[in-house]
Design a protein around this ligand. Structure first.
Ligand code: SAM
Ligand code: MG
Length: 189
């Protein structure tokens, strides 16, 4: 059978990137997406914004919703202070399998916990699974109709504190009006 796009992306990384070099993994994926096939990772331009936010926040606890092939996961994890782990959630087992290999290839596996499952099921387990009290930083990049329910769930589970930084991709295009209205009007942000 024909390979999938994530598998082709993984093959490009294994063929062209330097093992143990996160920057080279990122550049290889950017090159693949520019010249071979579009893929739904955050990409280089928005990736630079993500980088600057991660550096500024320098989080001790970080959560990513939507791993896909692990591009943004590697991007975030390479900038985390020593001792910080990034928890990333992905419910598609095929994507998770590819992401695991890309993370390993980048050499950042000790900084990343990839958990396979749906955000709605896993968010309530963060305390129990990882002893997380609150997240300093959350990157939302999963399905857009989950942004609002998952932010509410994070609040319900008391996983956000005053000053937690939420960064959300695709809030303008394709758009998440309910999420934007909620965070803009929340007294907590
Ligand atoms: N953050 C990735 C990057 O920039 O490299 C791209 C993520 S892609 C846009 C969205 C991913 O979220 C898909 O792989 C999808 O399977 C996953 N996803 C969507 N809804 C989810 C949910 N409720 N829980 C876990 N994963 C979810
Ligand atoms: Mg996105």
């Amino acid at each position: 059978t024909r390979s999938t796009r994530p598998q082709r992306l993984l093959r490009a990384v294994q063929k062209k990137a330097i093992k143990g070099d996160p920057q080279s993994v990122i550049s290889t994926i950017d090159y693949f997406c520019r010249h071979s096939e579009w893929a739904m990772n955050v990409g280089d331009e928005k990736g630079a914004i993500l980088d600057s936010v991660v550096c500024e926040v320098s989080p001790s606890t970080a959560l990513e919703l939507g791993t896909y092939c692990g591009y943004s996961t590697v991007r975030i994890a390479r900038l985390l202070p020593p001792g910080t782990k990034l928890i990333t959630l992905e419910f598609n087992p095929d994507y998770a399998a590819v992401a695991r290999q890309i993370i390993e290839y980048s050499g950042l596996q000790d900084k990343i916990c990839l958990v396979e499952g749906a955000s709605g099921d896993l968010i309530p387990k963060m305390q129990e699974l990882f002893g997380i009290k609150t997240f300093d930083f959350v990157f939302l990049d999963h399905w857009k109709d989950r942004y609002l329910p998952d932010i509410k769930l994070l609040e319900e589970c008391q996983l956000l504190r005053k000053g937690s930084i939420l960064l959300a991709d695709n809030v303008i295009c394709p758009g998440t009006p309910d999420y934007l209205e909620y965070v803009r009007n929340s007294p907590r942000t």
